[in-house]
Design a protein around this ligand. Structure first.
Ligand code: NAI
Ligand code: MG
Length: 360
């Protein structure tokens, strides 16, 4: 590797609503972080999302997943617009990519930033990671509707839990816990759901045998909801099914500064290509005003760099963002401030460049 500049090819999918505003403001930050880590970033914008759906009848081309296979990673903003049914975009884009690219695990870290207010006041520092199974469970898409429109109408939505997907997510979660604080909580609901979640309990117990240094515990999802509010600082890695991980990760996001700050990575263990995206959606209530928090997107880019082993690029973004957020006047309205997306992103960029200068 010595001295050679690596090139990373990244598909940038800004999407809808606040997605494009955030993506545009953050692109220079992401490029600067790459450059300073000795990486050449080759970004290719893709127009996928709700606007394309209205124009072409689908949110991405039919061969969208194959298009992404030509890249090292995709950085995704958000999709969703009031004039397109949500399920068209969630299924036509997000879930399709996760399933067809085999992105079996979704990582959602929640980390408190020094000085940033949290909903429960001066609580202890939180540093936890939700590891969510990403392709099946309640979101497998198996089901149907009968007797449509009649008073006797019924809908069936069948959850699918496979040994293979559970053990892949579990192994990844234990590997990660081993490198962190060696504590893992499996979140299920096997008292009320006797098939899928019992399989989870069994398979995870089998995987756990290979990780004797990680202490782990099984917690029911409702109890975990309470525990996250009461003692989140004791938690490290939470291993969750698709549905529970989706719900609890909005809660963990809220614990550390809100949805605007929450990043995620859709990956497959051992595979290079992943999709990195903030947890939030297109936020139509604030779109067009330039006040969306770019934090979740920047932290997602940092996860992308971590996954691609892009040297210090991810740490540079996190450090520069943390530094900027110490100043209340640089916080966006969702964090109680008055800064715009562009002001916060520019401050992060300046911080990245300043750090570099002071290093010389
Ligand atoms: P949302 O995440 O877009 O917004 C929820 C609340 O959080 C809103 O009050 C919004 O203003 C705020 N918020 C979100 N991101 C923010 C940011 N960066 N800075 C400051 N505040 C922020 O979720 P909602 O309203 O349920 O859905 C809106 C649309 O987004 C829908 O069409 C939905 O389907 C879609 N959606 C898309 C996702 C994706 O692209 N991955 C994920 C979640 C929702
Ligand atoms: Mg969600």
């Amino acid at each position: 590797m010595g001295g050679m500049v690596r090139t990373l090819r990244v598909a940038v999918i800004p999407g809808d609503g606040v997605g494009p505003e955030i993506s545009e403001a953050c692109q220079p930050v992401i490029e600067a972080a790459a450059t300073r880590a000795g990486i050449r970033l080759e970004s290719t914008p893709l127009d996928w999302g709700g606007e394309r759906h209205l124009r072409c009848g689908a949110p991405m081309p039919e061969d969208g997943p194959s298009v992404l296979r030509r890249f090292d990673a995709a950085l995704f903003g958000a999709v969703g617009r009031p004039d397109v049914p949500d399920h068209e975009l969630i299924w036509g884009l997000i879930i399709r990519l996760r399933q067809e690219l085999g992105l079996s695990v979704n990582l959602r870290p929640a980390l408190t930033f020094p000085g940033l207010p949290t909903p429960f006041g001066g609580g202890a520092a939180i540093d936890l990671l939700v590891v969510r199974e990403n392709t099946e469970g309640e979101y497998a898409g198996a089901g149907g509707r009968l007797r449509r429109g009649s008073p006797g109408e019924v809908a069936v939505e069948v959850a699918i839990h496979s040994r293979a997907a559970i053990s892949e997510a579990a192994r990844f979660a234990f590997e990660t816990a081993r490198r962190r604080r060696r504590r893992l909580h499996l979140v299920t609901k096997s008292n009320a759901m006797r098939y899928g979640y019992l399989l989870w309990d069994e398979v995870v117990a089998e995987v756990a045998v290979d990780y004797p240094e990680v202490s782990w515990e099984r917690v029911l999802v409702d109890a975990m909801a309470a525990r996250l509010v009461q003692r989140p600082e004791e938690l490290d890695v939470l291993l969750c099914s698709n549905l529970f991980g989706d719900i609890l990760s909005d809660l963990t996001a809220a614990l550390v500064g809100g949805l605007g700050m929450a990043p995620s990575a859709n990956i497959r263990p051992g595979q290079r290509l992943g999709v990195f995206e903030p947890v939030h959606g297109s936020a139509p209530d604030i779109a067009g005003r330039g006040i969306a928090n770019p934090g979740g997107y920047l932290l997602s880019a940092a996860l992308m760099f971590d996954h691609l082993e892009a040297g210090s690029a991810g740490d540079r973004i996190r450090a520069a963002l943390a530094h900027a957020l110490r100043q209340p006047e640089l916080r966006t309205p969702d964090l109680g401030g008055t800064a715009t997306t562009a002001q916060l992103a520019s401050a992060v960029l300046a911080q990245l460049q300043h750090r570099e200068a002071s290093r010389k």
